[in-house]
Design a protein. Structure first.
Length: 257
C-alpha cells in the first residue's frame, strides 16, 4: 500500500494545529439544521478529527457523526483524541469514493483538504451522498502571509527548500466551482479574520506537521528545518517567546436542491 503523505505527522498535527472559529461553526450548524434532512454528518479528510469533534459540539447529540480518513496514522490519532462520549466513528475512505449510501447525508464537511482532492470527482460524490436539502461545507484556515513578516519568511523558506511547493496552492475559485454544480441550488461564502498568538515552539511544531514540509525535511534533515523555523520565529516573533499568526478562515456552503 502506498504511503499516505501525512503518515508520521499525526501526533505533531494534533498537538499544534489550530481549531476553527466558533462563530463560523455555529453559523454552519444553523444552516445545517435549517432543512428537514437526515441528521447524519460525515467529515471527509477528517485527519486527526479537529473539525469532526467540533461538529459534535455545535450540532449536538441528535446527529450521527463520522470521520472519513484514508490515512491510518491520522485515523489512529483521531480515535485517540476523541472522547468516547463524543460518539464519533472514524472510517477508512477517500473523497473520490465516499463510503456513504445515496442521499444519506444531511451534512458533508471538508476541512483543510479540498486542495488535495480530485474536485470534480468529489463534487459528484457529494451530490450522490447528500440528501435533498443537505449541505456541503468546506472550511479552511488560511494563514495570511501578506503583511506578515513571520509568514512571509516561512513561505519563502518552504518554497526555497521543498521542491514543487508554492504558497498559492489554494488559489482557485472555490465559490465559483460550487455555484457551477448542477445539483446545488445555492452556494455562499463566509469569512472570519483572526489572529492566533502561540508559543514559538508550537509554531515550529505546526509547520513541521505540514505534508508540504516533508520534502524539505527529506532533503535537508529535520534538525536543519527545525533550526530554520526557530530562527524565523526569533526574528519575527513578539519578543516574549511567542509569535502571532494572522488567519482568515473561509467557510463555503453548497445546498443540494
Amino acid at each position: 500500500m502506498a504511503e499516505n503523505p501525512f503518515d508520521g505527522l499525526a501526533t505533531r498535527y494534533q498537538a499544534n494545529r489550530p481549531d476553527y472559529p466558533d462563530a463560523l461553526l455555529r453559523r454552519l450548524a444553523g444552516r445545517a439544521g435549517a432543512r428537514d434532512v437526515p441528521k447524519h454528518a460525515a467529515d471527509v479528510g477528517a485527519g486527526t478529527g479537529i473539525l469532526t469533534r467540533a461538529l459534535r459540539a455545535v450540532l449536538g447529540p441528535d446527529w450521527t457523526i463520522e470521520g472519513i480518513e484514508p490515512g491510518a496514522d491520522m485515523r489512529r490519532q483521531a480515535a485517540e483524541s476523541t472522547p468516547p462520549s463524543d460518539n464519533i466513528a472514524y472510517r477508512e475512505g477517500g473523497a473520490e469514493a465516499l463510503p456513504c449510501g445515496d442521499a444519506t447525508l444531511g451534512l458533508l464537511t471538508v476541512a483543510q483538504a479540498i486542495q488535495f482532492f480530485d474536485r470534480p470527482v468529489f463534487y459528484a460524490e457529494a451530490g450522490r451522498a447528500l440528501a435533498t436539502g443537505g449541505l456541503l461545507a468546506i472550511v479552511q484556515n488560511n494563514r495570511q502571509w501578506e503583511g506578515s513578516p513571520l509568514l512571509e519568511a516561512h513561505e519563502r523558506f518552504v518554497e526555497d527548500h521543498a521542491p514543487g511547493y508554492s504558497r498559492h496552492y489554494r488559489d482557485f475559485d472555490l465559490l465559483g466551482e460550487l455555484r457551477a454544480l448542477g445539483w446545488a441550488e445555492s452556494a455562499e461564502q463566509m469569512d472570519h479574520d483572526w489572529v492566533m498568538t502561540m508559543p514559538a515552539e508550537r509554531f515550529v511544531g505546526m509547520m513541521l506537521s505540514r505534508r508540504t514540509m516533508k520534502p524539505a525535511v527529506a532533503g535537508h534533515g529535520e534538525a536543519f528545518v527545525e533550526a530554520a523555523l526557530r530562527d524565523i520565529s526569533a526574528r519575527h516573533g513578539n519578543g516574549d517567546g511567542t509569535v502571532s499568526v494572522p488567519y482568515r478562515t473561509e467557510l463555503y456552503l453548497a445546498r443540494k436542491g
